[in-house]
Design a protein around this ligand. Structure first.
Ligand code: HEC
Length: 116
C-alpha cells in the first residue's frame, strides 16, 4: 500500500493548522492605550501595527538614531511605505521618548530580588 502514511499526514496537518491560525496577528489584539502615553502614540501605533504587533516595537529600547535605522530597515527590507517627513518626525519623537535605551542597572533596570 503506497498511501499508508496519508491518514497520519492528514491528521498532522489538521493538528498544525489551528496553531498557525492562532499566531496570525490582528490589530484588535492590542490598542494604543496599552502602551506608554505621549504625543504621537496613536500615529506610531497605527503606522507600525499595519504589519506586526506593537509589543515587538515596545520591547526595544533604542536611541533616536537606532529608531531611524529600524524604520529604514522596515522600509528597505519589509516594504513599509516611506513616511512623509512630518509623520516620520512624529513617530521618531514618540519612539525616542517612550522607548529609550534601558539603563543597565539601577532604577527601572533589572533588580536582583535577593539583594534586598
Ligand atoms: C510593511 C510592514 C511593516 C511595517 C509597516 C512595520 N514593520 Fe517592523 N517588521 C516587519 C517585518 C516583516 C518584521 C520581521 C518579522 C517579524 O519579526 O514579525 C518586522 C520586525 C520589526 C522589529 C523586530 C526587530 C527586527 O529588526 O527585525 C522591529 C523593532 C520593528 N519591526 C519595528 C517597526 C516599527 C518601529 C515600525 C513603525 C514605525 C514598523 N516596524 C513597521 C514589517 C513591518
Amino acid at each position: 500500500m503506497r498511501l499508508r502514511g496519508a491518514p497520519a499526514l492528514l491528521a498532522g496537518l489538521l493538528w498544525i493548522a489551528p496553531a498557525f491560525a492562532q499566531t496570525a496577528f490582528t490589530p484588535r489584539d492590542e490598542s494604543p492605550e496599552e502602551f506608554v502615553a505621549g504625543p504621537g502614540r496613536d500615529e506610531t501605533f497605527y503606522t507600525c501595527t499595519a504589519c506586526h504587533g506593537f509589543k515587538l516595537v515596545a520591547a526595544q529600547g533604542l536611541t533616536r538614531a537606532q529608531w531611524e535605522d529600524s524604520i529604514n530597515l522596515m522600509i528597505r527590507r519589509h516594504n513599509m511605505p516611506p513616511l512623509e517627513d512630518k509623520d516620520r518626525a512624529v513617530v521618531l519623537g514618540y519612539l525616542e521618548t517612550a522607548y529609550p535605551p534601558r539603563a543597565p542597572a539601577g532604577r527601572g533596570g533589572w533588580q536582583n530580588p535577593f539583594a534586598k
